[in-house]
Design a protein around this ligand. Structure first.
Ligand code: ADP
Ligand code: MG
Ligand code: ZN
Length: 477
């Protein structure tokens, strides 16, 4: 792809479904995957004469998000009707917020390619989701289960400068939503959706370009690809002397291209007006303070604490904190093991590998963090060598025994007798004269080869610390 001479200007609108038990304005359940049209009632179907009742849990969740993002919460906000006609919107309008949103300002702070970035927010508002249409074989079907599911919309300033930054912004926002336990973050299920606005600025004149809006991306990678595509397309248009048309485009992931969907609608197209069936939403200081108290430690703060408290590397802290459950697991295992650095190393290698192989999350890992901590203690003390610890872990994965029980039952305690180990070291050195010569000539990596031979000779039971010492002496001598 040719490098664009223009500077991309990107703003994201993110819709997140809030994990409330019931819908925004009625008592219908919100869980995903029910049979079509089961979770409906006269309110969310918009039948005549019904009245909406605001879900307090919805406001509370959005409030926590606003506070975590450093946004200013309005003491009084207002719901508004956004009018449009579509088969999945039975009322003919969506209850949303317009000129008095729940919160404004704040920012998403995130890292991208090693740089710490901060993208400001325009607004954060509450609204209800629409239903879902299915088009197939000349028929269209509609499922109203999603109708009235609570959403929070987070609208960024146009301050994102590349598709990679857009992806990093979304990754951080999703992590925050998950830490706060207000959204599942599942893009495939549509629990998190993103519209991307992009325009190109001409660096020579400083002039801002006309933005287009893209919809229908269902992964972070999709958002990045769609933006790359659209930046290239707009660049072509501008290079050939044309003008970008303000429009909404639909991203087609399979084709890897975006297609025009409609002329971009503007605010006046929606004939917004204050929702007459709901009173103003007042968030008093006590509610705010309560919501603030219920904020968990936020992921970026947790990353910093992990590095300071446990002495692990930044990259390790980032990987552990990418998932709140994994970070929780790590903290328990670190405490139980007595060696937080060892715990990080083992979790990021052995445990992560298992999770990847089984395509699952830490919640499904068969060894709980206390039990893993017990194994790590034995490893840390030198009771088990690394290969032996791996073997014990395999047994732990298959059963419920602790590491100590397995070691006792199988008589796996380490071989620590210096005379026995010393003679094994001599045997291995004598059996490999060429390697010894190369080692002495400077090929220090061969140390690992000798250790490997010794572990084979001791069937993984040799005390690694003692073996290392003896081997060093024998090779140097
Ligand atoms: P609308 O209501 O028409 O969708 P908004 O002003 O609410 O427009 O902005 C929607 C999104 O578009 C925001 O995320 C904003 O950052 C982004 N945006 C606004 N202007 C531009 C622009 N020139 N280029 C790219 N994105 C833009
Ligand atoms: Mg928009
Ligand atoms: Zn309902």
């Amino acid at each position: 792809m040719a490098k664009s001479e223009f500077i991309p200007v990107i703003g994201l609108e993110v819709h997140a479904q809030l994990l409330t038990r019931s819908k925004a304005f009625c008592g219908c359940p919100t869980n995903y995957g029910a049979d079509p049209n089961r979770h409906t009632c006269p309110v969310c179907l918009g039948l005549p004469g019904v009245l909406p009742v605001l879900n307090r849990e919805m406001v509370d969740m959005a409030l926590r998000l606003a506070l975590a993002l450093g946004a200013q919460v309005r003491p009084v906000s207002q719901f508004a009707r956004k009018n449009y006609f579509y088969p999945d919107l039975p009322k003919g309008y969506q209850i949303s917020q317009f000129d008095r949103p729940l919160a404004e300002g704040g920012a998403v702070e995130f890292d991208c390619d090693g740089a710490a970035l901060r993208v400001g927010l325009l607004r954060l508002h509450l609204e209800e989701d629409a239903g879902k249409s299915f088009h197939d074989g000349g028929h269209s079907l509609v499922d109203f289960n999603r109708c009235g599911v609570p959403l929070v919309e987070i609208v960024s300033e146009p301050e994102i400068e590349s598709p990679a930054q857009a992806r990093a912004y979304l990754t951080e926002l999703r992590r925050l939503l998950q830490y706060l336990e207000v959204c599942s973050g599942n893009m495939e299920e549509g629990a998190l959706r993103c519209d991307a606005n992009v325009s190109l600025r001409d660096p020579a004149t400083g002039r801002m370009g006309t933005p287009t809006e893209m919809k229908n991306m269902n992964s972070f990678r999709g958002v990045q690809r769609a933006l790359e595509y659209e930046i290239e397309r707009q660049s072509e248009v501008l290079r050939s002397g044309g003008a970008v048309v303000r429009q909404t485009l639909l991203w087609d992931e399979a084709a890897g291209e975006a297609r025009p969907m409609r002329r971009k609608e503007l605010a006046h197209d929606y004939r917004y007006f204050p929702e007459p069936d709901l009173v103003l939403l007042e968030v008093d200081p006590a509610w705010m303070a309560g919501a603030r108290d219920r904020l968990p430690e936020l992921p970026r703060a947790r990353e910093r604490r992990f590095q300071e408290q446990y002495g692990i590397q930044q990259q390790q802290a980032q990987t552990l904190c990418a998932d709140r459950a994994l970070a929780d697991y790590y903290e328990v295992a670190a405490a139980a093991s007595g060696n937080p650095v060892l715990a990080a190393n083992v979790i990021l290698a052995e445990v992560q590998r298992w999770l990847k192989d089984h395509d699952t999350g830490i919640g499904r890992y068969p060894v709980d963090p206390e039990r893993l901590g017990g194994l790590l203690q034995l490893l840390d003390r030198g009771t088990l060598s690394t290969p032996l610890a791996r073997e014990v872990l395999q047994e732990m994965l298959a059963g419920v025994e602790t590491a100590e029980q397995i070691v006792a039952r199988r008589g796996l305690a380490v071989m620590g007798d210096e005379a026995v180990l010393g003679s094994l070291v001599r045997q291995v050195v004598e059996a490999n004269p060429e390697e010894v010569a190369r080692y002495r000539a400077g090929k220090r990596q061969l140390f690992g080869f000798f250790m490997g031979e010794l572990m084979k000779a001791t069937r993984g039971k040799g005390d690694p610390v003692k073996l290392r010492e003896l081997l060093q002496k024998a090779l140097e001598g």
